[in-house]
Design a protein around this ligand. Sequence first.
Ligand code: NAD
Ligand code: 572
Ligand code: ZN
Length: 353
Amino acid sequence: MPSSPDTNLSAVLQSVKNLRLEEMPIPQPGPHQVQIAIQKVGICGSDVHFWQRGYIGDYVVKAPLVLGHETSGIISAVGEGVTHLKKGDRVAIEPGVPCRRCDYNKEGRYNLCSHVTFCATPPWHGTLARYYVHDADFCYKLPDHVSLEEGALCEPLSVAVHACRRAGIVIGYNVLVCGAGPIGLVNMLSARAMGASKVVITDVSEERLKFAKELGADHTINVTGKDPKAVAALVAECLGRQPDCAIECSGAETSQALAIYSTKSGGCVVLVGMGTLENKLPIMDALCREVDIRGSFRYLNCYPTALEMVASGRVNVKPLITHRYALEQALEAFETARIGAGIKVMIDCSRQQ
Ligand code: NAD
Ligand code: 572
Ligand code: ZN
C-alpha cells in the first residue's frame, strides 16, 4: 500500500479546453452513502464535448467540474445505515441519482426526473478522481469474476439495455443499428443478447464498421454520400426483409431518416443519438406506416440487467476498450478520445506505488 498521505487527485475541467489534474478534498459519506476508491473510468463523448465546448444544450460549465461518469470502484468507507455494501466490495456506479420524490419517480420513470444529480453534468462533479461519494443504492456489487473495467462499461451498456427495451426487442427480431460508435456497438451487443437474429449496422467510417463486423455485426453498410431511401433498400436486401426496429445512435439527420424509411410498417424507431435541436424527418412515412418513433434517455433499472449480461457471458464488452491510461495521464487520454482513435478510452484512477 502507498505510504504517503492520501489525497484526492481529480481531473477537473476549469474552463473550455482547460482540463487539469488537481487535488480536491476527500469527500466523506453521509447516511446511506458510500465512499468509493475509484478504479476505472471510461471517457464518454459527453466528457469530451464539455471539455471542448464547455456546454451541451442548456448544461453549461460555469464552475470547475470533475469529469467522468462511466465508473467502477472499491468501497473505502460506508455511511450510517448502509447494509448491502461493505469496505472492500467492488462496485459499478450508476451515475444519475434522481430526487426520489417527484411524479416521474412515483410513476416509476426515474430517468425522466428533472432534479437528477448526474455525474459530470454541471453543476455535479464526476468520478475522475481517487475518491467519490455516492448514494449506496446506486452502487452495484460486482461478482468476483466481473472485472472493474467491465463494471465501468455497465454504464454505456445500460444506455443500450434501455434503448433495446424501448425498441421492444425479442427473440427473432431483425435490428438496424445506425452509428457504430461505442453506443451503437453496445446496442448491437445488447440487441443480440435480447434475442435479435440479425443486426445490420451503419456508419460513415470504414474503420468503425470493420470493428463492428469483428464484434459480430451480420452486415455493415457505409452510408457516406448515400440517399437514405437507397440505403433503406440495401438494409432490406441484407436482411431479406425490413428490420423490426431501428436504433439510431449517431444523431445525424440523414441517419434518423434512414431509421424511419428502413423500419417495417408497425415497427419502432428508437432515437438515442443526440444531433441538432430540430431536424427534418419523413414524418408522413412514419405516420402512414405506423412506425413508432420513441426517444430513449439514459436508463432506469438497467444496471442489474447490464451486469447480469456481462456476468453470464452473454455480452462481452471487453473488446470495446482500445486504450488505457492512468489518471496522471488524463490529458493524454482525453486527447486520444478527442481525435476519435479506437473505441473506448479507459482511465485507471487507482493510486499506484
Ligand atoms: P460517437 O460519436 O463515438 O459515435 C457516433 C457514430 O456515428 C460515429 O462512429 C460516426 O462516424 C457515426 N456517424 C456519423 N454520421 C453518421 C451517419 N450519417 N450514419 C451513420 N453513422 C454516422 O458517439 P457515441 O459515444 O457512440 O454516442 C452516440 C450518440 O449517442 C451521441 O450523440 C451521444 O450524445 C448519444 N448518447 C445518448 C444517450 C441517451 O441517453 N439518449 C446516452 C449516451 C449517448
Ligand atoms: O452515459 C450517459 C450519457 N448521456 C448522454 C450522452 C453521453 N452519455 N446524453 C446526451 C446529452 N444529454 S443532455 O440531456 N445533457 C447534457 C444532460 O443533453 C444527456 C444524455
Ligand atoms: Zn455517457
